[in-house]
Ligand binder design. Sequence first.
Ligand code: SAM
Length: 347
Amino acid sequence: MSYLGDSMPLVDRFARPLRSLRLSVTDRCNLRCQYCMPEQDYVWLPREDLLTFEEIDTIVDAFTPLGVDRVRITGGEPLLRRDLPVLVESLAGRQGITDLALTTNGVLLRAQASALRAAGLHRITVSLDTLQLKRFRALTGTDDLARVLDGIEAAASAGFTSLKLDTVVIRDVNDDELVPLLEYAKGLGAELRFIEYMDVGGATRWTPDAVVSRREILAGLEAHYGAVLAVDEQSSAPADRFFLPDGTTFGIISSTSEPFCASCDRSRLTADGVWLLCLYAATGTDLRRPLRAGATREELQRLIQAIWSVRADRGAEERLGMDRQTTLVPIRSLKRDAHLEMHTRGG
Ligand code: SAM
């Protein structure tokens, strides 16, 4: 059965199509960002539960006929997954995938950029929250800033032309670096996207006061550059894009203050095969179990179709309406179920 052959596209209860799939390939990370993995100890997914590349291919093949044409590889830190270019090559060769991207912290990018490019990866996004060494150390628990910057340059040299840099903006942590980060991105020909700090699972230090809203980000940039204009475009991408007076574009992902659930066409697969319909979802659907029990691609496809067609998640909007005096998921729950962690869900 091919859904694309049918007259009606697959949509959920709010008429949202299933288009973008974020594939987490590991829950491990080599940084300990304060807004994502601030604890001393973590419970990791059992190694034998991690999907093999063949299993990932089969699951992706079940998604593409239903409308998925954009795949983003993420983690944890995806470059920690051994032989990642092998997976990239096989995904890049799959019919129906028009956009194959990777989100990385950049630490291991110098060594892998050329191989990823040769394997057919289309785009790379690197997370970069500061250009200051001391601050990087405080934010990530490592001294790897130079490696990250070197990795970004390696990606540009390897021919990744539409490089993006993602910055989580946190009050009194890096909100004085909006202009230096934009100038750095401009110098590289990369597009910077500011992300509002979200109180997702794992962000155990989140407080409402630490969020720098889209409105504040724009006001700060206008104070420096002059009038900032919105780019006039229709898109389901999470970032709204803007122009500086000199034509430089940048984005803001305002998941916290102005959620975009109405146009969300994303879902997520954890490294052990749990399919999540929303970053804020409490639970997901285990696709590994039926796959390892012998389910065919068509059977997986029917399962995915049945679940998406009744999807009604609006996690970020519902969270906006809640009293946010406590963190979303308490540490004891995170320790019981690693699937609640942002680093397991892939961000
Ligand atoms: N390790 C990779 C990286 O650093 O890009 C990929 C995984 S990371 C979980 C994916 C994205 O989630 C990153 O851009 C990160 O900044 C973002 N993220 C993690 N925790 C967040 C939070 N509390 N609020 C907003 N964004 C967050």
